[in-house]
Design a binder for this molecule. Structure first.
Ligand SMILES: [Zn+2]
Length: 292
């Protein structure tokens, strides 16, 4: 058998058949230089785009940040995080020292990144945005995650990419819709051309929430969320990945152009960072995308 916590064991867990991963519908697991990351098969059919969703696997950080932590503000040693960026960049095929990223505040503001923003992901005084769009080449844009929904966007016709951070607050504030709006208004994208990938996040199996979350989600009256809400042991559970998928479809994306990863970060905490599972003592994963 595999050694516990070995890369092989993690990948075995990830790919075990019983409901864990439907590779046909989901993201693809890649291993490059011992770094595990996920990609979206529909994006990979196109040239000139690099992207990936990192996992815990492949970095140098010691416990409790082991091993691939891409968050500078979690308490991990800065040198380890810098090294992790180098390792992740090599695996993903991007120079992440150019990365554009912001402080995420569970709002719905979208930033349009240009060359002048190169590297601001590493500056101390970053602005606050939960989504980024760009049409620039060689400009990696990123959002950070540990249970909140990552949404990758790519219009292969207009050559525009985006990443969005959507926890329950961002989801009910329609952050993903704002990203689509900006792609159409500022870049002339047609929603029917846009490919989307909804990455690993906490799913309804583990996401117990209070009544106020359900009430706010019911404010999304343009979609039917009844099958995204369940009750277990008298507590509400919600599926915010599926709600984001429904929003994307309602606002013009084609269902066949949306890839929903069916991995729950909280169920698979050996592979993914989960805020809930770790009580907040954890690292960060990144959703990164770049045109080239
Ligand atoms: Zn779960």
């Amino acid at each position: 058998m595999y050694k516990a916590n070995s890369l092989e064991y993690q990948c075995f867990l990830f790919q075990k058949p019983e409901g864990m991963c439907d590779m046909a519908r989901g993201f693809k697991l890649n291993t490059v230089n011992n770094v595990c990351f996920l990609t979206i098969p529909s994006f990979e059919k196109h040239r000139g785009i690099a992207h990936g969703f990192t996992t815990r696997i492949g970095g140098v950080s010691p416990p409790p940040f082991n091993a691939m932590n891409l968050g500078f503000s979690r308490g991990d040693d800065t040198e380890n995080v810098k090294k992790n960026y180098e390792i992740a960049g090599d695996a993903l095929g991007m120079d992440l020292s150019d990365m554009v990223a912001f402080r995420q505040v569970h709002e719905n503001n979208i930033y349009i990144a240009t060359k002048k923003d190169k590297g601001i992901g590493f500056s101390e005084n970053r602005s606050e945005y939960d989504g980024i769009i760009t049409a620039e080449e060689n400009l990696p844009i990123a959002t950070f995650h540990a249970d909140c929904v990552p949404v990758f966007l790519f219009d292969p016709v207009r050559r525009v990419v985006g990443v969005v951070h959507a926890g329950w607050r961002g989801t009910v504030k329609r952050v993903v819709v704002n990203a689509i709006d900006k792609m159409t208004s500022d870049f002339g994208c047609s929603p029917a051309d846009i490919l989307a990938g909804i990455g690993p996040c906490i799913r309804d199996c583990c996401y117990e929430v209070g009544n106020e979350v359900i009430e706010k989600a019911r404010g999304l009256t343009e979609i039917d969320i009844s099958d995204c809400v369940s009750v277990k042991n008298n507590k509400y559970h919600i599926d915010i990945a599926e709600i984001n998928r429904k929003l994307l479809i309602h606002f013009g994306l084609l269902p066949e152009n949306i890839t929903l990863c069916n991995q729950c970060t909280c169920c698979n905490d050996e592979i993914f960072w989960s805020h809930r599972k770790t009580n907040g003592i954890r690292g960060c994963m990144a959703a990164i995308i770049m045109l080239y």
